[in-house]
Design a protein around this ligand. Sequence first.
Ligand SMILES: [Zn+2]
Length: 422
Amino acid sequence: MSVDERAEALASDLGIDKEEVKQDLENLVSYSVPMDEAVQSLRRKYGGASTGSEPESKAIGEITTADSNVTVTARVLTAGKRSIRYQGNEQVITEGVLADSSGSIDYTAWEEFGLSPGDTVTAGNAGVREWDGHPELNLGESTSLAFEDETLDVPHEIGGERDLVGVEPGDRGLTVEARILEVETRTIDGRDGETEILSGVLGDESARLPFTDWEPREEIREGADLRFENVYIREFRGAPSVNCSEFTTVSALDREIAVSDSAPRKPIGEAVESGGAFDVELVGTIVAVRDGSGLIQRCPECGRMVQKGQCRSHGQVEGEDDLRVKAILDDGTGTVTAILGTELTREIYGGDIDDAREQARDAMDQEVVADSIRETLVGREYAVRGSLSIDEYGANLNASEFHEVTEPPAERATALLAEVSE
Ligand SMILES: [Zn+2]
């Protein structure tokens, strides 16, 4: 929709003059405020001037992105607080999920309504915005919020308790229990100058994930078993990452968490569809070993592969020899490129860089190294564990473990089904 169309829709919604709205909208957009935010901000500004009639009550499952304002009665499933910078001001928002018997919907509350998981509320005149093709609710100044005495029964769990394998980017107000596996202090250029944060890896019985603590806490040390309340999940290099804000509470657990040694196994199609994974196991047949495998030369500056003595960033360089495999793994549901570093490649090749150099020299062609690797891998089935990232370079699985599959296919299918249906 153009600015003009947005202004017209907004003006008719709010019952005010279109030209006035359009000017405000153009103004905000010219300050690089995203259109959806600009519209929401004007809704708040003019909310009081609306015709006063409350929009119709809707079942959550029936709300669509075509709605502009609705009234819903719902149960608060989660309520996570977060501080954001909005139009130059620090603002605390509450985000989470509302549900009734027909469905659930993400919400953002721009006012402090005091929402807690388990509350039953009626939100009158809640704004509907579109996010990623789905409707979401905005509760703001023009929303009337009432707490109901009668509890609404919903077919969802109240509160945001999750296993790590079950979190997704965009989740808010979650509670997780996990062990800190790695942690380091980092200095970053924050919005208020240099600031220290903690980052690392945590794990539970189901998975491992990266985390960031934006307000460094003493309790977060390697080996600590902790309960994190009110965390939010962001995407980090294509995988979910757990984020602690100033509103997160961290407390010691009186139980030991048995962190899983293995990574969750997923069908390739599903793993790619999910947008990436920090630590995952994919099983498939290697259908090809790509160019740029075997004995390669890397730029000493940036580590990128050098072709004909040229680095894409650094021009003419003296390349350093390395061993690598880029193999296409296919399980019938999808494909990824498994990238194996020096160590894993050495095991597969059955020799080190010197052996590869010698083989290449004898043949006067370094492709012979990739050819030997191809002969070993192509047509066989492997389980590859690693971190999966999806970006403009495709779906790449950076392997940490790699082994040939020996289980009979039937048993494997059963094991996979059991995991998927958990
Ligand atoms: Zn370079």
